[in-house]
Design a protein around this ligand. Structure first.
Ligand SMILES: CSCCC(=O)/C(O)=C/O
Ligand SMILES: [Fe+2]
Length: 180
């Protein structure tokens, strides 16, 4: 895992877009994001059990598995959105980027590689893209039924209960205190 401020320059979303300004794991935790590196799925199972996650699936995002639908899928994942559930993703192979909004509404890019596990809180604005290898194999963990429901950012999400709760959580974690 490596996190940095997104450079906001034009170009393919799958390029690194690395501004060269590093973001620390401590700052990520102030946004409510946790990261682990688990080489054994036993550790993933233990984490899932401790947080009462009952279901999971595996998604492989690549032109080989998705064919003509791949480019559209990648574009869709890159629309800024939130979920009403906590999101746990474990990278089984390949890699990709999650971009998350900082307290100042800037993008922080989180590069995930094989064996990285990330927990994102409900209500955080984010987006995802594969990298230039065009291959992400990930385990998605779900507390209940496997479902992926993105709510694209707009006036409605600003009023969303989970968004409001996230903002309170972030305030309590003190993200505004140290922005790096
Ligand atoms: C790497 S898992 C697929 C992307 C996803 O689940 C998500 O929520 C993107 O924002
Ligand atoms: Fe998402």
């Amino acid at each position: 895992m490596k996190a940095y401020w997104f450079d906001n320059l034009p170009g393919d979303q799958r390029e690194p877009h690395d501004s060269g300004r590093v973001v620390s794991p401590d700052y990520l935790s102030k946004l409510g994001i946790l990261h682990f590196n688990y080489s054994s799925e036993d550790d993933v199972n233990a984490l899932a059990a401790s947080r009462h996650y009952k279901n999971r699936d595996t998604i492989t995002i690549s032109p080989t598995t998705m064919g003509a639908a791949y480019e559209e899928k990648v574009r869709n994942f890159f629309h800024e959105h939130l979920h009403e559930d906590e999101e746990i993703r474990y990278i089984l192979d390949g890699g990709g980027y999650f971009d998350v909004r900082s307290e100042g509404d800037e993008w922080v890019r989180i590069k995930l590689e094989k064996h990285d596990l990330m927990i994102m809180p409900a209500g955080i604005y984010h987006r995802f893209t594969t990298d230039t290898e065009n291959y992400t194999k990930a385990m998605r963990l779900f507390k209940e039924d496997p479902k992926w429901t993105p709510l694209n950012r707009g006036s409605e999400t600003e009023e969303n209960q989970y968004r409001r709760e996230y903002l309170k959580l972030r305030e309590g974690l003190g993200a505004g205190v140290a922005a790096n």
